[in-house]
Write a protein that binds this ligand. Structure first.
Ligand code: UFG
Length: 359
């Protein structure tokens, strides 16, 4: 099969590219390299450096190549950033994906795999979170992903585009054979930051929030190894010949932020200097996956489920790549996504509706 992978040079996308190629498929990657890296891809994978906000370019690509399916990863993906810049997130994630889905319909592509998120559940009462749990996004990021799920719902109903929406919990680790790893710039994720702190590359780790309703007061997350997550995409692709599916992808086990710190200390054999800090905007207290539907319908199970084993792969990659991928090429200096997004500066509605009376 021949697949188009948007955002294929990013952390999850690059691991999915490896899994697709290992399974004998051919891929073309479409990525603006705003957060991804050319070096994350095998040298013989075609990379089209382009932006999804440019549908004409994408249209040309789809005219030129006949794709059996599209796997869509390209997105802004930081919950806290989306709390500062909601419209940037909604525009970027929702509108760009809308263009992409429309083009799939126009070019008669019948299958679409979408990188969705656990962030669309908000803070549910019930844990683990089953696939049919109520959707109630707690951030514009989660909302933007849910809007795309709705686009895909209608794309199937009206145009027969079958899709798999994979709601990722916390992707972590790296390719066990060392071919790819995690390199966000700036890094904001807990495991790589804890590893860098253990290695002395950062002075101290801040733990955001200590008063959540969890056993030790810190947030609880379900860490899924990125290679297991990648395998879930292949499993999902096989399901969507004649129907659409929605799966949660996680390990069904939660770890608090402090448990993650202790795991990184065990794996690295070093103490981590950490301190408590304020809560991070938009962070739900607990996200634990109920992935029964994925397991039952596809036979998928995680291969690297223990937290220490997940951390171990991330640690090995970091040791082998202390500076991540090669230095950013010049064009990446102009990236939008990895810069701090400026806060939205228009006053809140209540203030705007009641301007001070002229003196
Ligand atoms: N955290 C810290 N200190 C840090 C970094 C993170 O305490 O320096 C905490 C966060 O506050 C959170 C936990 O570690 O409680 C995990 O945070 P990450 O940034 O590693 O990951 P998130 O849970 O925020 O988000 C990730 C993806 C999202 C996805 C979500 C799904 O980035 O895109 O998992 O669960 F939606």
């Amino acid at each position: 099969m021949h697949y188009l992978v948007t955002g294929g040079a990013g952390f999850v996308g690059s691991h999915v590219v490896l899994a697709l190629r290992d399974a004998g498929h051919s891929v073309v990657v479409f990525d603006n390299l705003s957060t991804g890296h050319r070096a994350a891809l095998p040298p013989d994978v075609p990379l089209i450096v382009g932006d999804l906000s440019d549908p004409a370019r994408l249209n040309t690509v789809m005219e030129y190549e006949r794709f059996d399916a599209v796997l869509h990863f390209a997105a802004l993906s930081l919950v806290a950033d989306s709390m500062r810049a909601p419209f940037t997130y909604l525009r970027h994630n929702y509108l760009n994906s809308l263009h992409l889905v429309e083009l799939c319909v126009r070019h008669s592509i019948r299958r679409f795999v979408f990188s969705s998120t656990a962030a669309l559940f908000g803070t549910p009462e019930q844990q683990p979170i089953m696939e049919d749990a109520t959707v109630n996004p707690g951030s514009p990021y989660g909302e933007s992903k849910f809007l795309i799920e709705r686009v895909l719902h209608w794309a199937e109903k009206i145009h027969g585009l079958h899709s798999a929406c994979l709601r990722y919990f916390n992707a972590a680790g790296s390719d066990p054979s060392g071919r790819a790893g995690e390199d966000h710039r700036p890094e904001t994720h807990l495991i790589p930051l804890a590893i860098d702190t253990a290695l002395g590359r950062r002075p101290r780790l801040s733990i955001f929030g200590s008063d959540y309703p969890t056993p030790d007061g810190t947030c609880v997350r379900d860490y899924i190894h990125v290679t297991d997550l990648a395998r879930a995409h292949l499993a999902a692709l096989e399901q969507i010949g004649t129907r659409s599916v929605t799966y949660n992808v996680g390990n069904t086990t939660g770890f608090s932020n402090l448990e993650v710190v202790r795991s990184v200390e065990r794996v690295t054999g070093r103490r981590i200097d950490w301190c408590g800090a304020d809560r991070r905007p938009g962070d739900p207290a607990i996200l634990i996956a109920g992935s029964e539907r994925l397991r039952r319908e596809t036979g998928w199970t995680p291969h690297i489920a223990a937290l220490d084993d997940i951390v171990e792969t991330a640690y090995r990659w970091r040791l082998a790549h202390p500076d991540g991928y090669a230095p950013l090429p010049a064009m990446q200096d102009a990236r939008v996504e990895s810069r701090p997004v400026p806060a939205f500066s228009v006053p809140p509605v209540a203030t705007a509706m009641h301007p001070p009376a002229p003196s």
